[in-house]
Design a protein around this ligand. Structure first.
Ligand SMILES: Nc1ncnc2c1ncn2[C@@H]1O[C@H](COP(=O)(O)OP(=O)(O)OP(=O)(O)O)[C@@H](O)[C@H]1O
Ligand SMILES: [Mg+2]
Length: 447
């Protein structure tokens, strides 16, 4: 569910590949971005500051009318920061709908937004199994059962072969995975893991193995024992979860109901993770990747959550927080005070504010063109003009959303391209906000 929600949120912006800048200057149309040049250029400077490490203790607010590309720009910032940099979108109201304490929920999302790229050199034995013998002994409690207690195998590359003796945990894995001669395997000594890569070509022909279930691979060359570098990206939150699982703090609720976010994580575990990451960073084996926590509808945040985030921004390991709102002056939730964007002064003070403006008809047309291409929908010039005019009167998001149903309607007719009549049909079935609300009011009047 959680993944699905995140995917849906990102899907609307899948056409956005970056900010579309050349140096610090915005190109009219680039990287899936259209117009909104000033906001994009401002965002470009933010990206530069972040990359140069000059952004600590600050945050960004993107303010502008609905559908003016606030989320699109935040997504583009994340893209510019790089592929391993986490981007965590959050709608302020989610804070109130979770079963977790607000501060725990916020800590988790903040830590989801900090990535770490870890480099690990691992000793790996790699080769084709030439001989294998499993040493067995009687089970300590069950006299009728034999259990593996050790193993010795001979594995070979094209150039070398080696005999290895293994302890019980490896022997068990050999038996469990049904490893036999002719298999190409990897043994990760430090990780205590055996991975079966497939069957060697030669063994496959000799043993006439079932090609549908076995992967046929080349026998590796070089030495049997190799050092290989593994690079993987994690987030601080995923490390927190992994360690707390390791400690055997089984989350019974999560086990039965599949909820992943219902569990509180011990602060001690987080401290430990931070220390480990810092140590690895000092050894040059880890790079920290502060990502983006995007807080949409930030005007609905309450004063406690704001205070918490405000403090978090100052801490040593903090992600970049980007707030967005389409409200002007409004009451700060949890107080009687009115303020700009519903945010208190101490937070406003540390914000770099970027504003977005409504789009012109031509800009709407260009965005529609890009979206149609992204959704693999054929659409002619005439229909595009019609839609962009409609978009100017209703909203950009409304006309983007009409694309999919109109495409279904035209396909149903057996047509290859959307025509104006398909749009009209879709428009009739799916109302824009204004028409929908007027309709409801009419019936209310009748009552
Ligand atoms: N300048 C742009 N270039 C390309 N696509 C854009 C641009 N601006 C907006 N879009 C696309 O238009 C749609 C609506 O924009 P978006 O969701 O970013 O608006 P928003 O300002 O976040 O609105 P809201 O206040 O309702 O959250 C999205 O699919 C977005 O990717
Ligand atoms: Mg938005």
């Amino acid at each position: 569910m959680e993944e699905l929600k995140e995917w849906e949120r990102i899907a609307a912006h899948s056409h956005i590949k970056g900010l579309g800048l050349e140096g610090l200057k915005a190109k009219k149309i680039a990287d899936g971005m259209v117009g909104q040049e000033e906001a994009r250029e401002a965002a470009g400077i933010v990206v530069k500051l972040i990359k140069e490490g000059k952004f600590a203790g600050r945050a960004v607010l993107i303010a502008g009318p609905p559908g003016s590309g606030k989320t699109a720009i935040a997504t583009a910032i994340a893209k510019e920061l790089g592929k391993d940099t986490p981007f965590v979108p959050l709608t302020a109201s989610e804070i109130f709908s979770t079963q977790l304490k607000k501060t725990e929920f916020l800590t988790q999302v903040l830590r989801k937004a900090i990535g770490a790229r870890i480099h690990e050199m691992r000793k790996i034995y790699e080769g084709e199994v030439k001989e294998i013998s499993i040493e067995k002994a009687q089970h300590p409690y069950n006299p009728y059962q034999q259990i593996p207690v050790g193993a010795s195998i001979k594995i070979a590359t094209k150039d070398e072969s080696k005999k290895l003796t293994m302890d019980q945990s490896f022997a068990i894995q050999l038996v469990q995975q049904g490893i036999e001669t002719g298999d190409v395997i990897q043994i990760d000594v430090d990780g205590g893991r055996i991975v079966k890569l497939g069957k060697s070509k030669q063994a496959a022909t000799e043993k006439k193995v079932d090609l549908t279930t076995e992967e046929i691979i080349e026998v590796p060359t070089g030495k049997v024992l190799k050092e290989k570098e593994f690079v993987y990206s994690v987030t601080l939150h995923s490390l927190d979860v992994a360690i707390s699982k390791q400690r055997g703090e089984t989350d019974l609720f999560g086990l039965f109901f599949g909820g992943r976010e219902t569990k509180e994580i011990d602060m001690e575990i987080r401290k430990e993770v931070d220390e480990q990451i810092k140590a690895l960073t000092q050894e040059g084996r880890c790079e920290l990747l502060p990502g983006v926590l995007y807080v949409d509808e930030c005007s609905t945040l309450d004063i406690e959550s704001i205070a918490f985030i405000n403090r978090a921004i100052e801490s040593e390991l903090a992600p970049i927080v980007i707030f967005a709102t389409n409200r002007g002056i409004t009451t700060i939730r949890g107080t009687d005070t009115k303020s700009y964007f519903g945010l208190p002064i101490d937070l406003l003070d540390r914000l770099l504010i970027i504003t977005t403006r409504p789009y012109s008809k031509d800009e709407i047309k260009e965005i529609l063109k890009i979206r149609a291409k992204e959704e693999k929908i054929e659409i002619g010039e005439e229909v595009l003009s019609y839609l962009s005019e409609l978009g100017e009167k209703t909203s950009l998001r409304y006309v983007i959303q009409l694309l999919a149903p109109a495409s279904v309607i035209s396909t149903e007719r057996g047509a290859k391209k959307i025509e104006i009549k398909d749009i009209e049909k879709a428009k009739q079935l799916f109302l824009d906000t204004k028409r929908a609300a007027e309709g409801v009011e009419k019936y209310q009047m009748l009552k």
